[in-house]
Design a binder for this molecule. Structure first.
Ligand code: SF4
Length: 668
């Protein structure tokens, strides 16, 4: 019997119209857990680097996390994996909501799509019955509208629907997959779904999941719930409001946006408005939010209510969470009323709430600087808000300049030329980042930005405070009940961290400490992504209910796999390295491991080199960032080194790169 997982993947070939139920190998679960880990293994095995994102050979994998569908609070993530059209690297974007548990209850751990359907279809998974159905009547429809139509058509109000909007159908490089109160947004995975001709994957499941040791497992779940209650009643003092509690940063509940609006950059990540958040703005924005927010809502089996239904007057109701509340507003230099209204359109179109506003602000900056002209923007309104709606429509339809912008700022700038590349200044590995520009280099964030394979900073950070506490008594109070640390040394790292002087950025945390901190933070995110746990209850907030000490117990009693902290750390390192290996095979090298050039005003080239050198060594990678033969062997990834040697990426018997990496960045 399989515990926690179903042991069955659904393999759907859209070119042939075939559907197969394939039993997965339990040994893979031991080595790679599930979710992201086993998704990465499948992608390594079946999608060689020659496969382009829009090739029928590319896979689109919907993987429910290993513990999804069990009673573990907040365990509801679907990890969607493919090759990204934006970065040409492995994409793994997560969505919360209800879809993953529903898939498990239907009897499957993953849905693996390959090939391409000649006509638009949707997939209907109703427990044992799985069908590929015509979706021509849904062509051009919004993602939320599609979900509603399908639930009615199937007479299944409880079915969970992951759907694309027009952006996905038109292969916009930052198209999302929308689902209930969540979405998988980053790296253009919605474009791959559209390219495969799939409008939606609809799931209804009414089965059960087996737990290896139910009494022990439930006791752990109970402890977590109790701790969540405690943390909700005891916010962490001394940090900004959004970092005090659990969950995603409670953007729907909080009205205090001083920190985001004054510290993040507006427009095309250019302008900091230090005195923006006045009493008057606060009053107006609070009124707007309270006028449009109809209900706070949660994902499956979670009390945190991080999302909300938003009903802008004259617009349909939609669901929102997190920072997309502000991204459109800030890109357009507008107000919350505009942001909440345009986000409704964007959700129906199915686009990434981080990239899209920045792509539009980038286009307007090019226009203001004469690089794009009226000929490129025929009929564009004169005022800022109208321009954003105008651009959004053209991008998702790929009309005129919208066709160029639909490929994201990196590729659009290359195509536009004439100096446009200087305006695509906020990318990492070709992908738009949070609009943040800071002063002093932070060594921990440097490493996360540079080497994070998620290419998305908000999904790498967490656990260790973002900034030092000014007073030592506050630091001492903070570490007192910090039981989540994997090692006591982290407490000392924090105790000695000062805002100014010798023990401050950029030389403190020291290079070695920075490696330790980044490794811990990253490990927790990778564990979450394999188990299907929401980062908002684990890797993202300070002092979370899930941590390295209770996770092995959850895995052991949930799955029956004998797990301890060391084995879990090793498993996470294994599939983290496999993700790196997939990207290395696609050309990723040290020269790609860079934050945006203007992310910090004060840069320290020698220190940055040392940070990368030391971190690579710490991870078991050579100077080019390629995992060495020896480290791959330690992780039972010899098949990766064999492949590397065969391809000339590593030399046999030598951990130096076989040949000089080319001067070009990853697969132009
Ligand atoms: S913490 Fe928030 S985002 Fe996470 S599962 Fe709960 S409701 Fe969803």
């Amino acid at each position: 019997m399989r515990y926690a997982e179903t042991g069955i993947n659904l393999e759907i070939d859209l070119s042939r119209g075939s559907i197969d139920r394939v039993e997965s190998d339990p040994r893979d679960t031991e080595l790679y857990l599930g979710g992201l880990g086993t998704n990465a293994k499948i992608l390594w095995d079946r999608v060689p680097p020659e496969v382009e994102p829009f090739s029928p050979e590319n896979l689109l994998i919907f993987g429910a996390g290993l513990l999804c569908g069990t009673p573990a609070t907040g365990c509801n993530r679907t990890i969607v994996t493919t090759i990204s059209p934006q970065t040409k690297l492995m994409a793994f974007s997560m969505m919360g909501g209800f879809w993953a548990p529903e898939l498990k209850y239907a009897g499957y751990d993953k849905v693996i799509l390959r090939g391409k359907s000649p006509d638009l279809v949707y997939i209907w998974i109703n427990n044992d019955t799985v069908e590929i159905r015509d979706a021509s009547h849904l062509q051009g429809k919004g993602a939320t509208e599609t979900a509603e139509n399908l639930r009615q058509e199937l007479n299944e109000p409880k079915a969970q629907v992951a759907a694309i909007g027009l952006a996905g159908e038109n292969r916009v490089y930052f198209a999302s997959i929308e689902q209930g109160r969540s979405s998988a947004s980053r790296q253009g995975i919605g474009a791959v779904m559209g390219d495969k001709g799939v409008k939606a994957v609809v799931v209804r499941g009414t089965g059960d999941i087996n737990i290896a040791q139910p009494a022990e497992y439930l006791e752990l779940c109970h402890e977590v719930l109790e701790y969540i209650k405690f943390r909700n009643q005891n916010p962490i003092p001394g940090v900004m409001t959004i970092l005090q509690g659990l969950g995603s940063p409670q953007e729907m509940a909080t009205h205090d946006e001083k920190w985001h609006t004054e510290n993040f950059m507006w427009g095309n990540s250019r302008v900091r408005r230090r005195d923006f958040w006045t009493e008057e703005v606060k009053r107006a924005w609070t009124e707007t939010m309270e006028g449009m927010r109809t209900r706070l809502i949660s994902c499956y089996n979670c009390p945190m209510k991080c999302g909300a239904t938003i009903s802008p007057p004259g617009h349909p109701t939609y669901m929102m969470k997190c920072f997309s509340k502000l991204t459109y507003t800030m890109a357009a230099m507008s107000d919350l009323d505009f942001g909440l209204k345009i986000a409704q359109h964007a959700t129906e179109y199915g686009v990434d709430g981080f990239s899209t506003p920045q792509v539009m602000a980038f286009a307007l900056e090019l226009y203001e600087n004469g690089i794009l002209t009226d000929d490129d923007m025929p009929g564009m309104p004169a005022e800022s808000e109208g321009r954003f709606y105008w651009l959004l429509d053209r991008i998702v339809r790929r009309e005129g300049i919208g066709d160029v912008l639909a490929n994201g700022t990196y590729w659009a700038a290359k195509e536009i030329g004439n100096g446009a590349e200087a305006y695509a200044h906020n990318n990492i590995k070709k992908h738009e980042q949070l609009p943040l520009k800071l002063s002093m280099l932070n060594p921990v964030y440097f490493l996360m930005y540079a080497t994070g394979e998620k290419i998305n900073i908000t999904q790498i950070e967490g656990q260790f405070p973002q900034a030092p506490y000014p007073k030592s008594e506050h630091r001492e109070a903070f570490v007192k009940d910090w039981f989540q640390v994997p090692d006591e040394k982290f407490k000392q790292y924090f105790l000695d961290w000062e805002p100014r002087g010798e023990n401050s950025n950029p030389y403190y945390p020291t290079v070695q400490m920075s490696c330790d901190i980044v490794d811990w933070q990253e490990k927790m995110h990778y564990i979450d992504d394999a188990l299907g746990m929401c980062a908002g209850l684990s890797s993202f907030p300070l002092k979370p209910p899930y941590h390295i000490h209770n996770y092995p117990k959850f895995i052991s009693s949930g799955t029956g796999i004998d797990m301890d902290e060391e084995k879990l750390s090793q498993a996470a390192k294994r599939y983290r390295t496999l993700v790196r290996a997939i990207n290395i095979r696609r050309g990723l090298r040290r020269k790609d491991d860079q934050p945006p050039e203007n992310h910090w005003k004060k840069r320290f080239p020698e220190l940055e080199e040392e940070l990368l050198d030391t971190y690579y060594k710490f991870k078991g990678w050579n100077r080019e960032g390629i995992p060495t033969k020896e480290s791959l062997h330690d992780l039972e990834l010899d098949y990766v080194s064999e492949d590397f040697i065969q391809r000339g990426i590593l030399a046999d018997g030598d951990d130096a790169p076989a040949k000089e990496p080319s001067a070009e960045k990853v697969q132009e």
